[in-house]
Design a protein around this ligand. Structure first.
Ligand code: AMP
Length: 677
């Protein structure tokens, strides 16, 4: 039973992490299929042990893409998902079911399924008044300002005959060429590239600055007018034709089918033809044409019963396996990565593919020089799905797996029940240390402005061997390195100095304790106000903290049990890095009372500080950030371009709205008041 609990907890932890990466960071690290497999396993275990289901389990909620900083809008009609099918047989089942339930052969509209993010647009008197993301299906984010920058979405409808209020739904997309262009510039600026156009489109739409959105040329297709609306035509196909007349962009790949044969012919045609589309597509959507028949067929909690999505098989191409690298991650896990002869798939050039682990390599019976089939289903990391053994040369050596760490030569180990090998030489393995330094410097951790190449350079020149070493770096040492000028050297040293001001929880996250992501670090920092108290906690103590289970607790205890980690903490302490909450509280103690217990909503864009800085400041001063305005909100910190809906809501509830200057004055004043007492 303990093992089941542990597995459930680990799955929940992983799913939450991947959810966050997907929805919040728009930077997933696993494919949808892998995510589904984890979710499936969790559902299976929870079905066997329903007593272990908690309201916080990822199985208990529908995925949401809500982001803080946008006003919340309730959808008039819920934005549902579509049920998926993967075979012609299932399509046939769907068609037969709807015909049977309606009692005659029905017309079905077949459309390409665009792989972006769904949007609901509302036109009032022909003028675009609101654009809202799907969110959790019921509540979405008001992204009107950003959607206004999309050229293919008309701000005003053309022609006549549109209803006073028209809602249309569709998909926001980033064309392949734009996707490539943006990723190239992100790589040049040391920012992680977007995994696929869908994430790029969603990351773009969630930008708080519409200027950034305008610079990335998003596109949109509209494909649905929800609701019975008697003044509109009574078929989906005619409604789409109306939308076209009103100047809305409706896909040319839309066909009215009268039989199963028509439907299958559409699927056949677009499976191949979609590769010429300028935007990502991942299937075909089939919708019963008559609105009355749609209503008759109805809905499940998750999706309409009158529509279905047929997903294309991921696009595959063949290429040659040139070599295999074995990468050492910061936790010591060894990940094999295939280097491929460059090949174009779904609009991008693929050069590398993950090989996951030793078992995966063995299951493919991979040999160097093999011709391999590579797949990228609108997905993140391309995958090798099969090998063509008939094209293998007789002398091709089999791809093996190293028995020692490629970075430090230590014999690799494997934890029972886990697929990955890892290097146990945690502190003496230079690659792991390098990875840890990189993680420690990342924005959400110590926020030290240093790119991976510079970290490599410092390691190569012996100037750095672990996180603690960062705080011993001097400008003069850096000046001797290739590419360093006085300015870049002093910038780096300053950035390291500034990291001393980073909060205890950010540093805790930066330490890279296994399973301790950003949120868990905050939870731990809240429960244990100093690292000394945290490091003294037993596994049992830690398990008593809400949201901390045995896996995380074990990992924390294990971390602090290692001498090398304890000496790292001492080095950081000596360098003046914040390792407790008290330090922050003391320095801001005067102002602390001003915000403690207050609920604050941040909205708009700011001139004096970034939004993240305000967020950190408020949290540091004891305030609580919330995303939506309610009667519980104490203040709205309003920058420029605060959404009109938010403004109206704040005003109607009588919530105080402070601009930047007033907010900063409030904090100052609080400090003075406190000092006076
Ligand atoms: P899924 O997210 O896999 O459940 O698929 C449902 C999503 O497909 C919808 O929420 C839409 O965002 C998207 N979609 C793309 N093209 C279409 C289309 N032609 N009709 C309906 N939905 C579409």
């Amino acid at each position: 039973m303990e093992r089941v609990k542990e597995e459930i907890e680990r799955l929940r932890y992983l799913l939450e992490e991947h959810n966050h990466r997907y929805y919040v960071l728009s930077d997933p690290s696993i494919s949808d299929q892998e995510y589904d497999a984890l979710m499936h396993r969790l559902e299976e275990l929870e079905a066997q042990h329903p007593e272990l289901i908690t309201p916080h389990s990822p199985t208990q909620r529908v995925g949401s893409d809500r982001t803080e900083g946008f006003a919340t809008i309730t959808h008039r009609y819920p934005m549902l998902s579509l049920s998926n099918t993967y075979s012609y047989d299932e399509v046939k089942d769907f068609y037969e079911r709807v015909c049977r339930e309606i009692g005659r052969d029905v017309e079905v509209v077949a459309e390409l399924k665009y792989d972006g993010l769904s949007i609901s647009l509302v036109y009032e008197d022909g003028v675009l008044s609101r654009a809202v993301t799907r969110g959790d299906g019921r509540l979405g984010d008001d992204v009107t300002a950003n959607v206004r920058t999309i050229r293919s979405i008309p701000l005003r409808l053309q022609g006549e005959g549109y209803p006073r209020e028209l809602e249309v739904r569709g998909e926001i997309l980033l064309p392949w060429v734009e996707f490539e262009r943006i990723n190239q510039s992100r790589i040049a600026e040391d920012e992680p590239p977007f995994a696929n156009p869908r994430n790029a489109a969603s990351g773009t739409l969630k930008q708080l600055d519409p200027k950034v959105v305008a610079a990335r040329k998003l596109d949109a297709y509209l494909y649905h007018v929800p609701g019975e609306q008697p003044e509109l035509p009574h078929t989906h196909y005619e409604r789409l034709a109306c939308c076209r007349r009103w100047g809305l962009k409706v896909s040319h790949a839309t066909h009215l089918c009268h039989s199963l044969e028509d439907i299958l012919a559409f699927l056949d045609h677009w499976d191949a033809a979609r590769s010429h589309e300028p935007v990502a597509t991942d299937g075909v959507v089939l919708k019963v044409n008559s609105i009355a028949e749609q209503e008759e067929l109805g809905y499940t909690a998750k999706s309409p019963r009158w529509a279905i999505a047929y997903k294309f098989k991921a696009e595959q191409v063949q290429t040659e396996l040139l070599s295999v690298d074995y990468q050492v991650g910061r936790t010591g896990t060894i990940t094999p990565v295939a280097n491929l002869a460059p090949v174009a798939i779904s609009g991008t050039i693929v050069r590398r593919a993950s090989l996951h682990n030793a078992d995966f390599i063995a299951s493919l019976d991979l040999h160097l020089g093999d011709t391999v089939a590579v797949e990228k289903g609108g997905e993140i990391i391309p995958k090798i799905v099969s090998v063509v053994p008939s094209l293998r040369s007789v002398s091709a050596p089999r791809v093996g797996f190293p028995s020692v760490c490629p970075a430090c030569g230590t014999a690799l180990e494997r934890i029972a029940g886990e697929a990955a090998y890892f290097c146990p030489a945690r502190s003496s393995c230079p690659e792991q240390q390098r990875g840890r330094v990189e993680h420690f410097c990342s924005r959400k951790a110590a926020d030290i402005r240093i790119g991976p190449e510079t970290i490599d350079l410092l390691f190569e020149h012996g100037l750095l061997s672990d996180i603690g070493g960062l705080y011993a770096l001097e400008e003069e040492q850096l000046l001797g390195l290739p590419g360093f000028q006085r300015r870049s050297a002093s910038n780096l040293v300053r950035s390291i100095e500034e990291s001393r001001e980073r909060s205890y929880s950010s540093i805790l996250f930066g330490l890279g304790i296994r399973f301790v992501g950003e949120t868990t670090a905050k939870t731990l920092a809240r429960a244990y106000p100093s690292i000394d108290e945290l490091s003294a906690a037993s596994q049992e103590d830690l398990c008593a903290v809400p949201e901390i289970g045995p896996v995380i607790a074990g990992s924390v205890v294990d971390f602090f049990a290692q001498q090398s980690n304890r000496s790292l903490i001492e080095t950081l302490r000596g360098a003046g890095v914040q390792l407790s909450r008290e330090v922050t509280e003391q320095s801001d103690s005067g102002a602390e009372s001003v915000l403690s217990g207050l609920s604050i909503v941040i909205s708009g864009v700011f001139a004096l500080h970034t939004r993240d800085e305000y967020k950190a400041l408020i949290e540091r001063l004891g305030g609580k950030i919330s995303s939506a305005i309610s009667s519980k909100t104490d203040y709205v910190l309003a920058g420029e371009k605060m959404g009109p809906a938010k403004l109206a809501k704040a005003e109607s509830l009588g919530v105080r709205i402070l601009d930047e200057a007033a907010f900063l004055a409030l904090i100052e004043q609080g400090t003075d008041d406190k000092h006076k007492h």
